[in-house]
Design a binder for this molecule. Structure first.
Ligand SMILES: [Zn+2]
Length: 52
């Protein structure tokens, strides 16, 4: 699943298909995430899982 990044609120998220707006702030400032952002996102997801 592709990873996207919102340049408005710096929210990174996974989404299948076309993305028109950020699910967090609703702005259309969304672009495909860079490799560094994807890495950070995966680390964040892994940490969230550890908390449960
Ligand atoms: Zn946003």
């Amino acid at each position: 699943m592709p990873v996207y990044h919102c340049t408005n609120c710096h929210f990174t998220f996974k989404r299948e298909g076309k993305v028109d707006s950020c699910p967090d702030c609703g702005k259309p400032d969304v672009r495909p995430a860079t490799e560094a952002e994807i890495e950070e996102f995966q680390r964040y997801v892994a940490e969230s899982w550890d908390d449960k």
